[in-house]
Design a protein around this ligand. Structure first.
Ligand SMILES: Nc1ncnc2c1ncn2[C@@H]1O[C@H](COP(=O)(O)OP(=O)(O)OP(=O)(O)O)[C@@H](O)[C@H]1O
Ligand SMILES: [Mg+2]
Length: 359
């Protein structure tokens, strides 16, 4: 997928900017606080329906404005054009695809962006929720029924949690239909996630051996969120008493997690901060590569603050790798990263929320 044109209105310091993008590598340079990361945030918003930066969605809206909108013309894998739009007015989000109002899920299905940014190490070192989101984004783009099953699961989970909050008043008959539904939908989600990770692993192992050769071979451990040898509905019935005490459901795919282990760094705590970042980068690139293998086209790859995140050797290795595939790449930095100087790229200058093409 490639952005041909991106228009951003009312997002942080970007009042109304339009950027025209082409093939290959694009660099957004400018001083601190100029609005570079906000450009990537806008692209990511279309593909994830949220920002990669933590904090309330309200913070995205330009102070004093009642709404924001991001509009993009993209070229998809078959060479066709699509028009994507996401807007927020007041507290409402509206998604549009080719001029028609659509559910957010349909918009993000049509847009694929992966982003490596200063917070990406959380994929390795942060909470399990980050890793589930990563996993589910990948599954969502290759298994088209995933979203519907995931929603079924969320609905049943909400119902069971509501019963748990009622305390002892809930009877077996009230719990059973929801536990059966959680069991059925949960098993499908688990299968999708497992088969996605099975496909991701060889791609990730290859990428990690390129970015982190010193750590040796890698293995991936997946925990599905309940005992491997039991059905989820059985587990839920069995631990109802415990869940009642905690007033929420403590087993199921919403508690799943996965982790990486390297021969020379078996525990997460053995990794340096830089190695955490590189491991996260390897995961993101593997996800992008797997998307390309399945869909025949690369997602847009965003690299926020590349030069301050990686040392020169790793910047070069990454740029070489991305230049060898047909991906549109958006990079930000206070300066143009050195390894780009020997490669074709386009530069945009960002200053106080204005964007000007330079080369
Ligand atoms: N809701 C908001 N309304 C208006 N301005 C905002 C809002 N949120 C953030 N800003 C401002 O917008 C700019 C956001 O900049 P952004 O993070 O995109 O900068 P950057 O060019 O990536 O900077 P750095 O090099 O420091 O990473 C900052 O100047 C910030 O103060
Ligand atoms: Mg920034």
């Amino acid at each position: 997928m490639k952005f041909e044109r991106l228009r951003i209105q009312g997002l942080r310091c970007l009042t109304d900017v339009t950027v025209t993008l082409g093939e290959g590598i694009h660099v957004f340079v400018g001083s601190n606080g100029a609005g570079k990361t906000s450009v990537l945030e806008a692209a990511y918003l279309l593909s994830h329906g949220r920002s990669f930066r933590s904090g309330a969605r309200e913070a995205l809206m330009q102070r004093g404005q009642a709404g924001l909108s991001v509009f993009a013309e993209v070229q998809d894998e078959s060479g066709g054009y699509r028009r994507l739009g996401l807007g927020r007015s007041g507290t409402r989000w509206d998604a549009r695809l080719d001029g028609i109002d659509v559910p957010l899920g349909q918009l993000v299905q049509a847009c694929a962006v992966v982003c490596f940014e200063p917070g990406s190490h959380a994929l390795i070192a942060g909470a399990a929720e980050e890793r589930r989101r990563f996993l589910d984004w990948g599954v969502f783009h290759v298994e088209h029924t995933f979203l519907a099953v995931w929603r079924r699961y969320q609905r049943a989970l909400k119902q069971r949690n509501a019963l748990l909050r009622m305390g002892e008043a809930g009877t077996n008959e009230l719990y059973e239909p929801w536990e059966r539904e959680l069991g059925d939908a949960g098993a499908i989600i688990d299968n999708y996630r497992r088969s996605y990770l099975d496909r991701l692993l060889p791609v990730l192992a290859e990428g990690a051996s390129y970015l982190l050769p010193e750590l040796g071979p890698l293995s991936l451990r997946y925990r599905r969120g309940w005992a491997d040898d039991a059905s989820l509905s059985g587990v839920l019935a069995e631990q109802r008493g415990r869940d009642l005490a905690r007033t929420h459901t403590t087993a199921g795919p919403h508690r799943a997690d996965w982790s990486l282990s390297f021969e020379q760094a078996p525990l997460r705590e053995h990794l340096s901060r830089g190695q955490e970042k590189l491991a996260a980068l390897a995961c993101l690139l593997a996800q992008a590569q797997l998307y390309a293998n399945c869909r025949g086209d690369w997602p847009v790859v965003c690299l926020d603050d590349l030069a301050s995140e990686l040392d020169l050797a790793h910047q070069s290795a990454l740029v070489d790798r991305l230049a060898s595939v047909d991906a549109q790449v958006l990079i930000t930095g206070t300066e143009c990263p050195l390894p780009l100087q020997s490669r074709p790229h386009r530069v945009f200058h960002v200053e106080q929320g204005k964007i000007r093409p330079l080369l």
